[in-house]
Design a protein around this ligand. Structure first.
Ligand code: F6P
Length: 344
């Protein structure tokens, strides 16, 4: 055996994780190494919950959503003795491939920098908000699910002359809202990076009605604040989860109530929620996951730790985990302007 390479998935699941795991395991075997699966994200290394991953374990997983390894957002730094236990359980492991978003990869970056943990990252999150990569696994599937949902809401909005508010995921970033809204021809898209005021949304819907369009679709990202012309802002959330992350969800309902009150137009609200993270990945997510998984496994074998396999243009390239987790990648103003040009 050349090396023992462990793979873990952390944070929220998404379609495409299994395709990435499969690529890491296959490349590791090809290079004469033993592949190991860490259960439930970083928690598996805190608990020493690590099992061999053979060809049998990865057979048939490519098109399956979720992750065969299980996942949690557990941050060992928040547990008493958590980091020490991770380091202890990682002792017999030559390399760890951590597949995750901001939270999971933030742990990876720090444990590498402070303790020399031999870790390589792979970016995943339906939110697509990681810096240093153009793309994260899961985003394309989420966009296609949300696009289909908005298409379906369109026909019922039209039949009933209603305003349909659709709340999509994305925490503090509007990537899913922007892409699905643009793809499905939404009349307004509300994203945290460039929030519209309620007055502006109301004016848009009223102008549409004056043009004889008496139905509308409004897409809102879950973490988008409700903003008034007066400057007043309100973020709707459901508190904080045990790992310290804000739980979003519900802004769509408040927006729907406000828009109906202001316009007098009948309004209905759909919160898409975890549907956006479930089921089979698109072809694009499988292909990107395969490419990133192979690159990460190669970096691991070359002992180039502290790096993340990233997408840059048409290429997959190594970038620093620190850069990837130092800040969030928001929707740029020019992309939002493109969507906005087609509002109403
Ligand atoms: O970060 C991915 C994501 O799906 C966000 O879009 C959403 O806010 C969050 O995870 C939901 O987390 P949980 O699965 O813990 O409810």
């Amino acid at each position: 055996v050349t090396a023992r390479v462990a793979v873990l998935t952390g944070g929220g699941d998404c379609p495409g994780l299994n395709a990435a795991i499969r690529a890491v395991v296959r490349r590791s075997h090809e290079r004469g190494s033993e592949a190991l699966g860490v259960r439930n994200g970083w928690r598996g290394l805190v608990e020493g919950n690590v099992e061999p991953l053979g060809m049998r374990e990865i057979s048939g997983i490519l098109p399956r959503g979720g992750t065969i390894l299980g996942t949690t957002g557990v941050d060992p730094r928040r547990l008493d003795g958590g980091v020490e236990r991770v380091l202890e359980h990682a002792r017999g492991i030559d390399a760890i491939v951590a597949i995750g978003g901001e939270g999971t990869l933030g742990v990876a970056a720090e444990l590498h920098a402070l303790h020399g943990l031999p870790v390589v990252g792979v970016p995943k999150t339906i939110d697509n908000d990681l810096a240093a990569t153009d793309y994260t696994i899961g985003f394309d599937t989420a966009v296609s699910i949300a696009t289909e949902a908005i298409d379906r809401l369109h026909t019922t909005a039209e039949s009933h002359n209603r305003v349909m508010v659709v709340e999509v995921m994305g925490r503090e970033s509007g990537w899913i809202a922007l892409h699905a809204g643009l793809a499905a021809g939404a009349d307004a898209i509300l994203v945290p990076e460039h929030p519209m005021t309620l007055e502006a949304v109301t004016a848009l819907l009223e102008a549409r009605h004056r043009r004889g369009k008496d139905f509308s679709i409004v897409v809102v990202a879950e973490g988008c604040p409700l903003v008034l012309e007066s400057g007043e802002r309100r973020v709707v959330s459901m508190g904080v989860d045990p790992n310290g992350f804000v739980r979003y969800g519900g802004v769509g309902y408040e927006l729907g109530v406000e828009l109906e009150r202001r316009t007098g137009f009948q309004t209905r609200v759909t919160v898409l929620g975890h549907v956006q993270r479930g089921g089979t990945p698109t072809g694009r997510d499988r292909v990107v996951a395969a490419r990133l998984g192979l690159l990460a496994a190669d970096l691991a074998h070359e002992r180039r730790f502290g790096l993340m396999a990233a997408v840059r243009g048409d290429d997959v390239v190594p970038v620093s985990l620190r850069d990837a987790t130092a800040e969030r990648k928001g929707v740029p103003a020019e992309l939002y302007a493109t969507a906005r040009a087609l509002f109403g």
